[in-house]
Design a protein. Structure first.
Length: 158
């Protein structure tokens, strides 16, 4: 780890992929020990699609895939020398997909309370909108707090 390079004026609200509350959450039923990161791994704080035939998940949509959120549960690994941070869970590692609960997610274009949450089918990134953008899938989650572009907001689904 390198020397500290910045100092926050305020404490951060959370980290993408973290639980945003202590409310109930719901994990996707995929079978005991079946959900594993696919060929390219999966990124924490994004949506992934579980393929019931292979037992693997990917941040890229697959045919007949079941969509779930990848929570930050400290399973991502440092895989490059001198790496300071990583949100990638490597291929073959066990994962848990969540299809309900309150989570922190990063919105590249910002988010407003009440907007629907969509997942990019090409990478699982989180997008807030009132109507479905091109090449996205509706996740069933909604935005529960406001976020400026590139910032974190809470998402919720029950």
């Amino acid at each position: 780890m390198s020397f500290q390079r910045n100092l926050n004026n305020d404490l951060p609200v959370g980290v993408e992929g973290d639980f945003a509350s202590t409310n109930p959450y719901h994990t996707m039923l995929v079978g005991e020990g079946e959900a594993k990161a696919g060929e390219n791994g999966v990124t924490v704080g994004r949506f992934a699609w579980f393929d019931p035939e292979t037992g693997t998940a990917s941040n890229v949509k697959c045919a007949n895939g079941l969509i779930g959120f990848i929570r930050r549960d400290n399973t991502a690994m440092f895989i490059q020398f001198n790496q300071e941070a990583n949100m990638l869970i490597p291929k073959g590692f066990g994962i848990t997909l969540y299809d309900g609960g309150d989570f922190w997610a990063r919105f590249a274009d910002g988010a407003q309370i009440g907007q629907k949450v969509f997942a990019s089918i090409a990478g699982g990134s989180v997008i807030a909108a009132t109507e479905a953008p091109v090449d996205t899938e509706d996740t069933g989650f909604i935005v529960a707090s406001k976020a400026e572009a590139g910032a974190l907001a809470k998402i919720t689904k029950y």
